[in-house]
Write a protein that binds this ligand. Structure first.
Ligand code: 6R9
Length: 669
């Protein structure tokens, strides 16, 4: 196995031909199957100029075995391709951990004794190797015609200026910086500047309310807040500074937490400087201080297990959790999953539509692509402005070859009709990706047939804020796809399906999805609350990381995510997942999307699942309760269905709280 070097594409032509012919022959066949469990062969049309990094399931399986049987040499040979100021200790296990609460506290450590810096690897490394003129970020503004191009050299200089300014304020290794910004290049640049000086960033999505921002700041106690006057999203102007000001006040008055400074990036396309409310002594314009800084800033070398960032994610109960990631493991995992999942090559143009406020934006907008020296699009606006064709206009403009988005965005574009897609060529596209929720087969086929013209593999990537990077996903082009299945685990990831008693279930079956051993990107703790970390992820089943998702494994070993385990309903003794019923409803042409929840009654989608699973009640609604990242909050629907309106719980992460009233009214009818 040793000759399969995972981080390069070089291998003998013979091995390549053997792998390709076995893949194509095993899945050749004319008509595309639309059945649930049949595989889709995407052929080799997408190969363009390269062989994919992983050519076949056979090659994947060999490398997968290597990754789990000998993590020492597998992850060691990958990590060695990044820069380490001091290599990790080769005499110690590359990873040590305890996943079993009975044996003591939970911990995970990778690359012991290593010293590195994520910003150095994401920027300096490429500039030093002569790639400074390659585009790092292609910025597309909300309004057509506004754009900027930043090379790796430009990014490095900007990041150094921010780093120097932060240092001048006394921000140092281990301090926290809160970032509340729209999707402009200065957002990932601020993240990287923190990484450069060893400060821990905490990005809060620029769409959260003042209360949510205040709650997060009073928990992480940042030295400063980096924000922006305002942003245009679609036809609306969102005044971020007003929200940030209110949050800073709330923080001080309610929690006694005073944030020293508010550094405000002036987004001249949104509002004027003169219209901005200002508090002297606290507020500083970015443009007044950053450009004056030196474009060189030394790197703070960090230990592998030093914190890199925290990111708040809401649970169904309690306050948001500050999920903590560390330097070495996260860096290696973000870089590796980006490369293999999307089959990234040097001439690709990558576009992840996620905001940096979510983990997807951290790993596949800021860190993963830049660690690989990729060119990526950063888009400030929304996919439906000025019309539903905006994404494809951007794809054509920048010749985007890898496009990564969420099922909720796909469904919202599907709803507007094919003509918005067909207007554009989309010839540059070769890989499509999705993340965030199970994708229903109707939306999958629309994405595949209409957006990808039937020639781009879809990588349906399952993962979580806590996992740091993709965990279960196709590797583009390596094996056959099944619409709605995330297929197979990434290298080093050992998923298991557990029964209620915590026993591993073998073969084709379903169960609680847990992970058996650590991978480099796993979160190490919850900020300030290790006890809650242990309780949330390691107490239900001893010895495993508990994902909270349900899943099914089919005869081919493919994994199908069935949603959160609390979204599983029991109908007449049958355990079915809400996502299965939703997929059946969404298959109807009149239905763009749906959310299914269970409610108690006395007795017990007919053609798809079976008569027993037919919904009792169907409410047509104009909107579903969704989080700002587009996930449907079934917890709220369950309470509405059960008439427990006083138990709706925390609704602060809802994108549009008014849908609740609308749904309650509808139900009353
Ligand atoms: C990356 C991200 C995590 C939860 C996860 C699961 C759901 C994400 C999915 C998916 C089915 C996929 N989820 N990707 N379900 N198929 N491809 O979204 O992180 O915001 O922490 O959400 O999202 O339920 O547990 P996060």
């Amino acid at each position: 196995l040793r000759h399969l070097v995972p981080y390069t594409t070089s291998r003998s032509t013979e091995a390549v031909q053997d792998d390709v012919s076995s893949r194509v022959c095993s899945s050749a066949g004319g008509d595309k199957p639309h059945g649930k469990n049949e595989a889709v062969d995407v052929g080799t049309a997408f190969h363009r100029n390269h062989w994919p990094h992983i050519l076949s399931r056979k090659q994947y399986e060999a490398m997968y075995r290597w990754s789990v049987e000998d993590p020492q040499s597998f992850w060691g040979s990958i990590a060695a391709q990044l820069h380490w100021e001091r290599p990790w200790d080769k005499g110690q296990p590359i990873c040590s951990y305890n996943f079993n609460l009975d044996k003591g506290p939970i911990y995970v450590k990778w690359f012991p004794g290593g010293r590195t810096n994520v910003c150095f690897n994401a920027l300096d490394r490429h500039v030093l190797s002569g790639n400074g003129n390659k585009a790092a970020i292609l910025f597309e503004g909300n309004d057509v015609g506004i754009d900027r191009r930043l090379t790796y050299q430009n990014m490095l200089e900007l990041v150094c200026q921010i780093a120097n300014y932060l240092r001048s304020l006394g921000v140092k290794k281990g301090d926290t910086v809160c970032i509340y910004m729209p999707m402009v290049p200065e957002l990932p640049a601020t993240m990287l500047a923190c990484a450069r000086i060893g400060a821990i960033h905490s990005v809060v999505f620029g769409g959260f309310s003042a209360e949510s921002l205040a709650g997060r700041m009073s928990d992480c106690r940042p030295k400063l807040l980096v924000t922006c006057n305002a942003v245009r999203r679609g036809a609306k102007v969102l005044n971020l500074k007003e929200i940030a000001d209110k949050a800073l006040e709330l923080c001080e008055k309610k929690e006694g937490v005073r944030v020293g400074q508010s550094l405000v990036f002036e987004n001249a396309n949104a509002t004027k400087r003169s219209d901005t409310a200002w508090k002297n002594g606290r507020d500083v314009w970015w443009q007044d201080v950053i450009p004056r800084q030196s474009k060189n800033a030394p790197v703070e070398w960090m230990d592998s297990e030093d914190p890199l960032f925290m990111l708040y994610t809401s649970g169904s109960t309690g306050k948001p959790k500050g999920v903590m990631h560390t330097v070495g493991g996260y860096m290696v995992y973000a870089a590796t999953t980006f490369k293999f999942t999307f089959d990234y090559h040097d001439d690709d143009v990558f576009w992840c539509t996620a905001d940096c406020g979510w983990i997807t934006g951290h790993t596949y907008l800021a860190y993963g692509p830049l660690l690989n020296g990729a060119t990526c699009v950063v888009f400030e606006g929304v996919p439906t402005y000025p019309d539903a064709g905006r994404c494809w206009q951007i794809v054509d403009k920048y010749k985007v070859s890898i496009f990564y988005t969420a099922p909720t965005a796909i469904r919202s574009m599907e709803k507007e009709g094919d003509r918005f897609v067909k207007k554009y060529s989309r010839k540059s596209l070769r890989v499509l990706g999705t993340v965030g929720e199970p994708i229903n087969p109707k939306a999958w086929w629309w994405y595949f047939d209409v957006v990808g013209d039937g020639r781009c593999p879809i990588v349906d990537t399952w993962w979580q804020t806590e996992t740091g990077g993709n965990m279960i996903s196709p590797m583009a082009g390596a094996w056959d796809l099944k619409p709605g299945s995330a297929t197979l685990p990434f290298f080093g990831v050992q998923p298991v399906l557990l029964d209620e008693k915590g026993r591993e279930k073998e073969g084709a079956t379903d169960g609680n999805l847990c992970i058996k051993a650590p991978w480099p990107g796993i979160a190490r703790t919850l900020f300030g609350d290790h006890e809650r970390f242990q309780q949330t992820y390691f107490s239900t089943y001893k010895g495993y990381y508990v994902t909270g998702d349900g899943a099914r494994r089919d005869e081919d070993g493919y994994i199908w995510l069935t949603g959160r385990t609390d979204d599983v309903i029991n109908v007449s003794g049958h355990r079915i997942s809400t996502s299965e019923v939703e997929a059946a409803l969404n298959a109807h042409p009149a239905c763009a999307e749906s959310a299914v929840v269970g409610f108690d009654h006395e007795k017990g989608v007919r053609s798809e699942i079976g008569g027993f699973a037919a919904p009792d009640v169907i409410h047509w609604a104009t909107g579903l309760p969704k989080t700002r990242s587009g996930k449907i909050m079934r917890r709220i629907l369950r309470k509405i269905a059960a008439n427990k309106l006083d138990e709706l719980g925390d609704v602060s992460s809802l994108a549009d709280p008014s849908v609740i009233d609308a749904l309650i009214k509808l139900k009353g009818k």
